[in-house]
Design a protein around this ligand. Structure first.
Ligand code: NI
Length: 196
């Protein structure tokens, strides 16, 4: 089932997500719905707060990035089919020299800006079966994980921009929270919620 994606301005995007346990209600169904919602919106990642749940869960599939012609065949192979569910994730380490990548977010349509992050991460998480993993990732996969991980901490990529950039996009963000945008996937706007 495709779920509405929560738009910028909704307080749920600002909450720190809670850890969940294996008996979380209808978890398998929730995860399946999150993948379906992400694919429907042509995203590469989706975090639970974006569908209105302040829990530490996000899903990733970097396959669309593998079509980028600037990448070499090894990089493409890594990105193609990299599909992973992260539950109760904790980033243990971020290393290397920060690099810029033009990020976007399904909760903030039509806003894309360069964000600086470190290239390598070490992360502990549980998979769908609650098996614990500690893994290292780098490059674009690390980047997508870092972006989604921020969501479960209540952080958005726009928080990481310079004061000037923030000022430049302020009215666009306001319009998004008011629902004054057109998107071709299902969204839920804070203003709409209040009207009911
Ligand atoms: Ni996002």
């Amino acid at each position: 089932m495709i779920l509405p994606i929560v738009a910028y301005g909704d307080p749920v995007l600002r909450k720190e997500g809670e850890n969940i346990s294996a008996d979380y209600p209808k978890l398998k169904e929730l995860i399946a719905n999150m993948y379906e919602t992400m694919y429907d919106a042509y995203g590469v990642g989706l975090a639970a707060p974006q569908i209105g749940l302040a829990i530490r869960l996000f899903v990733i599939d970097t396959t669309p990035f593998s079509e980028d012609e600037d990448l070499n065949s090894e990089e493409k192979a890594q990105l193609e089919g990299f599909k992973r569910t992260f539950i109760n994730a904790e980033i243990l380490e971020e290393t290397g020299e920060e690099w810029a990548f033009n990020e976007g977010c399904l909760s903030i349509p039509d806003v894309r800006e360069d964000v600086f992050r470190k290239p390598k991460i070490k992360i502990q998480y549980q998979d769908e079966d609650f098996k614990t993993h500690v893994e290292e990732f780098e490059g674009l996969i690390a980047r997508v994980i870092q972006h989604e991980y921020d969501h479960i901490d209540g952080i958005l990529f726009t928080d990481k921009l310079s004061t000037l950039k923030k000022r430049l996009i302020k009215s666009r963000l306001n319009n998004i929270s008011k629902g004054n945008i057109s998107v071709d996937y299902k969204m839920r706007f804070p203003a709409m919620k209040k009207k009911r």
